[in-house]
Design a protein around this ligand. Structure first.
Ligand code: ADP
Ligand code: MG
Length: 594
């Protein structure tokens, strides 16, 4: 194994060396770690401090974009130009968040063509993917500056409950930040790895990972056997974390000292920060106090215990349900691991220990465990630890061509094989009886830039209106790397398949060239894909509108019909001109008109 020279005092490694990293992209804080000569540690910034970066982005008046600690200082003003909790927005639609709009001190908006939420800062729209990429890029460049190494490959952690879309968005954010995402790892899996669980293949165990962060809570039960991590169950509350404990203290003080809870955001935020300070002191003191607005605010540990009891109980109830879902008795749990900054609270440690009737593990820094675990996984994947089983993985994504020449991934890159995954598609024209399935390999968003592996046609689809047929396309890769693709219309059971043997005929150089290209063109691809998505959406709307006019022309107001037809013509023109913004604007107007 190649040894990387590193100066242990400064953490500096040789220039032009590559560091492979693990990243904990958190709701509240993000961290980056790496494994050098068998030791995994958090990377430092240029001042020698741990790269523990608040997941906050501030858009300054002068056009500068601040990320991390500097942005956090701006948070107190809560002025709509400082963005936090971006992770909550990943893979969400505007409607998903409609009940929670007040939580965000900035403007959420609907991206009509993508169906996802976007954020408006002054006159510019950002999507959660771009914002996550800004955080990742910040971590990458800061670590590159301090170590002098190049960082191109990463493992990024996500909560166990993240769905495929949220995982894919996290991957794409990595790509946009110039990172080849080797794997997305579940946070509880990473935490277990950090504790050395699963490293010894012979050992098998059942572990509970209790993760209480700034604004989210989750608990997962894992079974680890033969080096494979199986998540048996996961429960949690995506709006329960340290922040709520701060607020509970504020509310307690309001009652105790008979003051009104400030309604002005800046004042409230000041008081909440004071509450957080006091709450942290209670980890090893029996009482703590602060001064705010010329007044003394005090709280004892027993008062704290009392005013946060319902919050703690909610997490314990989740733990009980997680055990029930996993059908595991408390006594069968071999280890209970605490991660997330808020598990530093003494009252949490005690409550969790009491519930599980055993000592809880807190030896590792609870902020760092997940990032360290991700770095260990990255090291395993890149062969740094020969002692560990390296599962066979699929080197490049496999997928099919969809409308407009887009690549739709069915089996993502680095998915372990053998594997079988399926996705459902449908027709794009009324009465369509055939569907071409073209199979591609690669990381670019447009199939024309990827490598074609083969194609076949699914015939004899019973004629139905567009969108009605349900066509399941399944990909199977066996242990020898042979790919079989099958398409089946589920209403009629018509099916067709193809077998491709050439999947692994790419040399490692060819694979890495394809990966590099996908990074280099990430921004370009994202734009192209955005345009194609908008055009696809527009074409559906045009066809619906035309049908609507056709069916209702007799009784519709002729002025309205005229107007609708004009809209359709306008949108057609904009499709020709490839103007995404105008297409979106007109679709919105048409929507409002209809
Ligand atoms: P996330 O996973 O959501 O990004 P973290 O794991 O970084 O969040 O946790 C952030 C939370 O940890 C904050 O609510 C913060 O108040 C809390 N926290 C950090 N340090 C301490 C401490 N010493 N004592 C108690 N709580 C702490
Ligand atoms: Mg976390």
């Amino acid at each position: 194994m190649a040894k990387i020279p590193i100066n242990l005092k400064t953490g500096e490694v040789n220039k032009n060396q590559e560091l492979i990293v693990g990243i904990d992209l958190g709701t509240t804080n993000s961290l980056i770690a790496s494994t050098v000569n068998g030791t995994s540690q958090i990377l430092k910034d240029h001042c020698g401090n741990d790269l523990f970066v608040p997941s906050i982005i501030h858009f300054a008046d002068d056009g500068n974009i601040l990320v991390g600690e500097e942005a956090r200082h701006k948070l107190i003003e809560n002025d709509g130009i400082t963005l936090y909790s971006i992770k909550r927005l990943l893979g969400k639609s505007f409607n998903d968040l409609s009940d929670r709009k007040k939580y965000f001190g900035y403007q959420l908006d609907e991206d009509l063509t993508e169906g996802s939420v976007r954020i408006k800062v002054r006159d510019t729209f950002y999507n959660p993917l771009e914002l996550s990429a800004m955080l990742l890029r910040h971590l990458k460049t800061e670590a590159e500056k301090s170590t002098g190494a190049q960082i191109n490959r990463a493992v990024i952690s996500v909560p166990a409950y993240f769905n495929d879309a949220q995982r894919q968005t996290t991957r794409d954010a990595g790509k946009l930040a110039g990172l080849d995402v080797l794997r997305i790892i579940n946070e509880p899996t990473a935490a277990s790895l950090a504790y050395g669980i699963g490293v010894n293949k012979e050992e098998s165990s059942i572990v509970a990972v209790y993760d209480l962060g700034g604004g989210t809570f989750d608990i997962s039960i894992l079974r680890i056997e033969d080096g494979v991590f199986d998540i048996l169950s996961t429960r949690g509350d995506t709006y329960l974390g340290g922040d709520d404990f701060d607020m509970a203290v504020v509310e307690f003080w309001a009652k105790k000292y008979q003051i009104e809870i400030p309604t002005q955001r800046t004042l409230l935020n000041q008081l909440r920060l004071k509450a957080e300070e006091v709450r942290k002191q209670l980890n090893d003191q029996d009482s703590a106090s602060i001064h705010w607005n010329d007044q003394l605010f005090e709280i004892t540990i027993s008062e704290f215990l009392q005013c946060t009891k319902t919050l703690v109980d909610r997490t314990i109830e989740c733990a009980r349900l997680a055990l029930k879902d996993a059908q595991i008795a408390k006594s069968k749990i071999n280890k209970v691991i605490l991660v997330g900054g808020s598990t530093r609270m003494k009252i949490i440690r005690e409550a969790v220990g009491t519930f599980f009737e055993q000592e809880v593990h807190t030896e590792l820094n609870p902020d760092q465990a997940v990032a360290i675990g991700a770095a260990i996984q990255a090291d395993i994947l890149t062969g740094g630890r020969k002692d560990l089983l390296l599962l066979d993985v699929n080197p490049l994504s496999l997928g099919i061509e969809t409308l407009g020449g887009l690549m739709d991934v069915v089996i993502p890159r680095n998915n372990k094989i053998p594997t079988q995954l399926a996705k459902e598609y449908t027709t794009s024209k009324d009465g369509q009886t055939k569907l071409k399935i073209a199979i591609y390999q690669g990381e670019r968003d447009l199939v024309e830039h990827n490598r074609k592996l083969g194609e076949f046609v699914l015939n004899n689809i019973p004629p139905m209106p567009l969108g009605l047929p349900k066509i399941e396309v399944s990909f199977r890769v066996d242990a020898d790397g042979i790919l079989q693709v099958k398409a089946k219309e589920l209403r009629s059971n018509t099916e067709q398949d193809i077998t491709i043997n050439s999947q692994f005929s790419l040399s490692p150089e060819e694979v890495s060239k394809m990966l590099l290209n996908s990074l280099e063109f990430a921004q370009f691809d994202m734009k192209e894909k955005g345009l194609i998505d908008a055009i696809n959406e527009a074409e559906i709307v045009i066809s619906h509108t035309k049908r609507f006019i056709h069916q209702n022309e007799n009784w519709l107001d002729s002025i309205d019909v005229q107007k609708l037809k004009e809209f359709v013509e306008q949108i057609k023109d904009q499709i020709k001109n490839k103007d995404k913004n105008l297409i979106e604007k007109n679709l919105e107007q048409l929507n409002n008109f209809a």
